[in-house]
Design a binder for this molecule. Sequence first.
Ligand code: PMT
Length: 315
Amino acid sequence: MAASNGLGSFEETSNDDIKSFFDSSPPLKDAAEIKRKLEEFIQKKSFLGKVVLVTSGGTTVPLEQRCVRYIDNFSSGSRGAASAEYFLKAGYAVVFLYREGTYQPFCRSLPNNPLLECFEVTSESNITARPLYEKTVKEAISNTHVAASNGTLLKLPFTTIFEYLQNLQLISSSMSSLGSSALFYLAAAVSDFYVPWESMAVHKIQSSSGPLDMRLAQVPKMLSVLRKDWAPKAFCISFKLETDMKILLEKAGTALKKYNMDMVVANELLTRKEEVVVVTKGGNIVVQRDTTRADADVEEPLIKLIVDKHSAYLS
Ligand code: PMT
């Protein structure tokens, strides 16, 4: 099931709504360990400069506490993974908050179904990449190793809306010490509706009980609290996804003002890999993929533009 990305998502979110969302969420597993990793990462990076949080993939909304069924939000994670790569190349340290099982930086070109197709056993003790995949595998391995040895990439997984928002709060609070060197790039597809934990069925819902009648609560929008309280000096970029071109730019413009974002990246579902429109207070900028290069993506010019704007913001 795919959740709507919400035409009615501009109502006010109060601090009480946010508090009650967090109070009623199941506690984040390993929160102390995540916090420790983040603090270590950010402390090291704060001497070097810019740190970006890239969120990627869709959040799920469980229907049962012992979850068998869930509502999902569409996102392959390709935008987030590609963007993380370009931020790393531009010298940023990247916190990559991603949906478990979605695309990863430097591994986008590898077939994930099945990954083993890339390799062959050449002798009893040797495994090599098949010629077709040799270049892609080499690049994926060396880029991943460079990021690992430089310690510039911290990956944190999530699945549910509860995990995503709790991680977002932890990361934002840790990054607030970086002031304007912190950049938020919120490309994850975040659920607008959810089942509050306390009113959720514990066990698998039985189909023998007849048709399912369920009321979903509204997920509080965290963008304004992120901007106002969690990381007030950071450079903040949110995304706006619509399927109807006619309302896309208007909704992105409203989000820019309402949540006081520095940029809103507007994209339409079917053309999102070809073109995005960056909505800013100074006007709209159309960013397109270079169609003369088969392997070009829209994230390359998009991240270049963002890096330039962030540098201007810093200076
Ligand atoms: O992963 P791909 O397949 O490459 O696709 C990329 C993408 C289309 C998912 C990506 O480019 C994108 O548009 N992501 C944002 C999708 C989304 O959730 O849009 P929205 O219009 O519902 O939300 C707008 C913003 O509000 C988002 O930045 C989101 O982080 C934020 N939000 C949403 C819901 C909510 N309850 N709280 C929020 O803060």
